[in-house]
Design a protein around this ligand. Structure first.
Ligand code: CP
Length: 310
């Protein structure tokens, strides 16, 4: 393993070797996760806190499973039932939990930059589980593992990310990691979700046919209304689905072996039709979820061990 930090905040911090090291370790854990006894108790005695200030199904559950499979004690902190509702600050909350001698914080928060802010204010390890529109590094790593397993290599790959690019931390973390790996990344979405998209240095597609054609993998994104300040950013769901949704018919121009990814949760019939989402020949969505546990085991083990290295 080449990664040396005690935190994982951004895929911008990952070299090509770091990414491969995480994927290789995750592949080992994926094998372990198929065993009857799914345990590598390397984190026995370690306390991992899921500090979630925003809703989650996949990330929170998979970090909890990952911690338990590594032998850690895992604690779920939920902001909705906590004293943050009485005005306690983020750092006061973290410091008070840490006073109970915890070791690792998994931070999900609605504010961009919050995971970095926590990491700077605690000696504990911090893993960014999604901070506002900013980043979601373990999602990018599990997406990369899913693509690697399907394609066998990252050489000469074109990955297209479609949808609400503007608000997407998944898009950002994937773009940074994929560019580090030399993957060609293309972007497509409605104009209101493509603001400033040129700053990423990716090719911008003009329509859905162009976005689908030539892609080895397509990452579909949900419209993130929770980050739009309640504004309706497009005229209608039906119109969005017509121009930006992925259906079997849309895939007629796709490569034969294209795979479809989606970080979840899916809005069926909006960005993705069930005829695509539920077809295991093209949909890698549940593979992503399976890979999420293995990736999070690899990240937890690595950052915790890094804390004790010079
Ligand atoms: N992909 C993802 O972050 O899903 P959750 O919001 O359910 O964790």
């Amino acid at each position: 393993m080449t990664y040396t930090k005690k935190d994982l905040i951004s895929t911008k911090d990952l070299s090509k070797d770091d990414i491969y090291s995480f994927l290789n370790l995750a592949k080992e854990y994926k094998k372990l996760n198929l065993e009857p006894v799914k345990k590598d108790p390397i984190l026995k005695g370690v306390t991992v806190v899921n500090a979630f200030f925003e809703n989650s199904t996949r990330t929170r559950t998979s970090f909890e499973i990952a911690g338990k499979r590594l032998g850690a004690d895992t604690i779920n902190f939920s902001s909705s039932t906590s004293s943050t509702n009485k005005g306690e600050t983020l750092i006061d909350t973290i410091n008070n939990i840490e006073a109970m001698k915890t070791d690792v914080f998994i931070v999900r928060h609605y504010s961009s930059g919050s995971a970095q802010f926590v990491a700077k204010n605690t000696p504990s390890c911090v893993i960014n589980a999604g901070d506002g529109c900013n980043e979601h590094p373990t999602q990018a790593l599990l997406d990369l593992l899913t693509i690697f397993e399907s394609k066998g290599s990252f050489e000469n790959l074109t990955v297209t990310i479609i949808g609400d690019i503007f608000h997407s931390r998944v898009a950002r973390s994937n773009i940074y990691a994929m560019q580090t790996l030399g993957i060609k990344v293309r972007l497509f979405g409605p104009p209101m979700f493509m603001q400033n998209a040129e700053i990423f240095g990716c090719e911008i597609c003009r329509d859905m046919d162009e976005a689908v054609r030539g892609s080895d993998a397509i990452i579909m994104l949900r419209i993130q209304l929770e980050r739009s300040d309640g504004e309706v950013a497009f005229p209608s769901v039906r119109e969005y689905s017509k121009y930006f949704g992925l259906t079997k018919r849309r895939l007629e121009v796709a490569k034969d072996n294209v795979i479809i990814l989606h970080p979840g949760p899916i809005n069926r019939g909006v960005e993705l039709n069930s005829d695509v989402a539920d077809d295991p020949r093209i949909s890698s969505i549940l593979d992503q979820v399976e890979n999420g546990v293995a990736i999070r085991m690899a990240v937890l083990k690595t950052v915790y061990q890094n804390k004790f290295k010079a």
